[in-house]
Design a protein around this ligand. Structure first.
Ligand SMILES: [Zn+2]
Length: 134
């Protein structure tokens, strides 16, 4: 046994991960690789084809260059929360959602969903997947 049991090059912080939309104008920096992915089959996520990982909202850095993000507010009765879905204003990739602050139905403002499709195939290789409905 050698003593070089390969640890990644020294860094005290856990490996951050950056994903982006197709054109690269929108990037999300995640605190760590997702440990679980939810293939949500609610009425909207099924259509989007998104694969979600959930993070505390204050741990994800969202950056958007011109023309910025577009949003779609989900406020239909099927969903118990008011949620904003965000897409790149240029290439249209869905990158994330979060609960809207102060929304009447108590959007989960501390949590957000990141569409792990933006990490590319390699970024989510081997991560456990679930099928959920919310
Ligand atoms: Zn884009």
């Amino acid at each position: 046994m050698s003593s070089s049991d390969a640890l990644p090059p020294s860094s005290s912080s856990p490996a951050k991960l950056t994903g982006s939309c197709h054109c690269g104008r929108v990037t999300l920096e995640l605190p760590s690789k997702p440990t679980k992915i939810n293939e949500c089959r609610c009425s909207i996520c099924y259509r989007y084809g998104a694969l979600w990982a959930y993070y505390p909202r204050n741990e994800v850095l969202v950056t958007a260059k011109e023309p910025g993000l577009k949003s779609y507010l989900r406020d239909d009765p099927e969903c118990s929360k008011d949620i904003g879905f965000y897409l790149c204003g240029h290439c249209g990739c869905l990158t994330h959602w979060w609960g809207l602050e102060g929304a009447g139905r108590g959007g989960e403002s501390a949590k957000m969903g990141v569409n792990t499709r933006i990490l590319g195939e390699k970024g989510i290789e081997g991560v456990e997947r679930h099928i959920g409905y919310k």
